[in-house]
Design a protein around this ligand. Sequence first.
Ligand SMILES: Cc1cc2nc3c(=O)[nH]c(=O)nc-3n(C[C@H](O)[C@H](O)[C@H](O)COP(=O)(O)O)c2cc1C
Length: 329
Amino acid sequence: MSDVRELAATVGRAVLAPSLHNSQPWRFVVADEAVEVWLDARRGLPVADPGFRAARMACGAAVFNLRLAIPVELGRQPDTTVLPEYGRRDLIARLRPGPVRPATPRERELYASIRRRHTNRYPFRDDVPVDRGQRAALRAAAYGEGCWLDMVTDPARRDALAELSRRAERLLAADPAYREELRRWARDNPADGVPPGAAGPRPEPYDPLGQRDYGGPDRHAGREYEREPLLAVLGGPGDSPASQVAAGQALQRILLTAAGHGLAVALYSQPFDIPDVHAQVRALMGRLGTPYLLLRIGYPTRPAPSTPRRPVSQITRILGQRTGSGVSN
Ligand SMILES: Cc1cc2nc3c(=O)[nH]c(=O)nc-3n(C[C@H](O)[C@H](O)[C@H](O)COP(=O)(O)O)c2cc1C
């Protein structure tokens, strides 16, 4: 039996997961010897993410952190069920500490990277490539969660992908509702949003990938983006809620693996926010299934600062034993 407070403590790692605009679209319930991850629809992004795809991916990334925290902090097998209750779509996952078992060395490594990982929107180094072994490790991280990660190294395909990303950003930026939503999350707030320090340099018209404009410092001359960025597309078998949660777990496994190798990652979801552009990315990748996210991967030229999180106590309900269908404390 796990102590309910020990189980609740694992939420501290879950909330370090990434989320679009740092919206943190989750809440947690600790009950019945299990921790539940719920999608908090009130924190959705109606313009950028009307179908909650990015929100479910963020929740999936939080689930992955819990899958590491349960063995590392509690020494127990994390028995995980995604979308455990038919008809309760906001209940993303239930993780029950199972039999006693020590964390594996790999789990410990990934767990240690949870705190170190930050989205890095700065230019990456051009002089040190991401080597074949690292690329293979990142691909394996995606496959391990039933998804795929394709590195786009052919220059023509890379340019086509970058152009689709820029086009998506231009289309979004032309929508006043989108700009207003972005403005509300691009802020210096102690609990959420993307503060100017974490935003990376301001995008300019020639920005190679159409980075989202969260504000941030002006770009200085000589701080150009890498000439040959390593781009990768994360995709999975489908676009159902379960697939989106799987994609979030794959994303977090990739990001923690990258952090363990000293690599930085920037994320671009605009091409997937516009159905027409999304379809073109799917055609370009030539893969069955759905692409979810564009990643730029490399060695950082400077570290990315951390972003804030809401206090765990505000978003976690601790319940006692459930009796029958009711809940008692
Ligand atoms: C599904 C998803 C989509 C994202 N899309 C973007 C994006 O388009 N542009 C961007 O700069 N960051 C993007 N991010 C990164 C978030 O802004 C970042 O995770 C959040 O600000 C928290 O910061 P952290 O990752 O450093 O903890 C995305 C994150 C997720 C999970």
